[in-house]
Design a protein around this ligand. Sequence first.
Ligand code: ADP
Length: 219
Amino acid sequence: MKNIILFGAPGAGKGTQAKLLAEKFDLIHLSTGEMLRHEVAQGTALGQRVKDIMDRGDLVGDDIVVGLIAKALDHGRNELLDEWDELRLRRACGIGDNDPLPEKPQPSIIYDGFPRTVQQCQMLEFLFQKKQRRLDRVISIDVPQEELVHRIHERALVSNRSDDNEETIRHRLEEYESKTRPVLDYYKVSGRLITVDGSGEISETNSRLCKVMEWILQN
Ligand code: ADP
């Protein structure tokens, strides 16, 4: 079971690409942005705490996002595991064939939008130690600054995300430069970083990423 971080600036296409990769390679996709938006939409106590922070384009507290990841690691499931569970249950009830139960699948995890600060990287290492996991690779999707800005503005026209407006976009990019970019150096030093060209069409980036992912999953 591999643990792979998909890293990139806002607008780099992390969310889109993580979803495509998760489908193709049967990965569990953990997106802190989506988890937080879910909390906000459900109106939970946590959602109420983070709503304004997200609307401003600020980063949410490290302990909050690490807490969400820790919870997801405990409960994280995907269809592969659900199918296996169903099979196990059917066999336990004497339904289905008599072949032995296949080995329990160990789906790999792709982290999207996390970690976003050096502190989160350190907290993730601690979490992995506790849960006996290890970080395999960090894939950084590299997109030139002008293309990033253009893409987020295009997305703002069609998305209903409350943080896709002019002022917040600028602030999210500032947050990225000051707090998130240092994450790249953190992983570069450990030799786990792979950079992929993320310019151009979604399908172009996707085929580059698929090649890298195939290699990671086989090695
Ligand atoms: P984008 O990459 O386009 O900014 P995300 O969905 O990844 O979109 O994140 C949306 C917002 O959620 C961020 O601007 C931030 O407020 C919050 N958020 C998501 N992930 C994290 C994280 N790892 N640490 C802190 N805040 C986060």
